[in-house]
Design a protein. Sequence first.
Length: 453
Amino acid sequence: MGSRLGGDITLVDTDGLGGSAVLTDCVPSKTLIATAEVMSEVKGSAELGLRFGPTGQGRVESNVQVDLAAVNHRVLSLARAQSEDVGASLAREGVRVIHGRGRLDGPERVVASTDDGEESLAADVILVSTGAHARVLPEAVPDGERILTWTQVYGLSQLPERLIVVGSGVTGAEFASAYDALGVDVVLVSSRDRVLPGEDADAAQVLEDVFTRRGMTVMSRSRAQSVSRDKDQVIVTLTDGRTIIGSHCLLAVGSIPNTADLGLAEAGVELDEGGYVKVDRVSRTTARGVYAAGDCTGVLLLASVAAMQGRIAMWHSLGDAVAPLNLSNVSSNVFTSPEIATVGATQADVDGGEVRAISVTLPLKGNPRAKMQGIRDGFVKLFCLPATGIVVGGVVVAPRASELIHPLAIAVAERITVDQLAGSFTVYPSLSGSLAESARRLHGHHVAQLSPS
């Protein structure tokens, strides 16, 4: 973006082009999850009338084996290919890439440490986008073999016999869901009352019910104190003294920003208590000419938000037209089975009085396409303003909810009313038909709000 706007751009890269989103996080994890999605569909195929073998008596899933070495080889190959695509794009745009570690030497200079020594780079504008790394517990040090962070799981060549996932946030829930679908005995350790404590409570409850029905062990209100290894076993000790034994343990207990030893404070860049770079809505830090984007800022740790922060920084710094970052329009997705997608106002916002809105929840089990596909779990929830009917938020719990949330994201961003949304044509039969139906059901509700009492 900076190069397209006429900037002379130099990128100092430490970990590989594309960063964690491409090499260790989004691309690898969602590639693994894509395989898990196929397995989930295979396991549900008997309900659709599919049988295996010449006699038609076998169940399909009992004859499908997961070659984890092949799966992970594909995962890492795709990540490398995506990184190479990023490199090719940078080359086409004329961006100079320096492979090394950069640090600020004041607000207008970057020093790049490379294998060939140090290079000093004068800069009118600096964009800090150093990401974050996996947080570990003091008494749970990863060994890369059986005690793992989410960046290390792709080194496994065989499925774990029993995987203990510590942490029930987005990362923990996604990996627990994926490995469960691949046939692993999974134990999910959650320190909170429910899985996905930051997501819509109704959506999280659906997912937890699905996890339990499929045989996963979900341990709520259970905090891990330590993880140790005894030969081919791992022992997770909880704070209440209970122990859980498994073959592998995956730590998914948050992340830490990569902001140490970068010369940020010396350059006048202020950090918060968690070490995240403080930025405003156009990605500016507290140092003149220094911008920041991505996980190092702690502003919604999403690849889409990081990319938008970076674009906004370039637009603003190079004098192009720019609109400040609007987090109320951000859509996000949890890639579990089923997926949970959200945009705009939440149930917590409404319940807490931050947003005055009315809502309707429409279970998918009544949707004809869902019946055809054997979908039993999920719903569409829509929020609108009581007087105008303007759509301000939505939740979709469904297979590939990440694709279904886009119409609601457009509705929120463009302030479309439920009547306008309901008036748009949807294909019959389709899961998206439930979006329009939920809008139709809100018509009477929001009109009723205008009636005199």
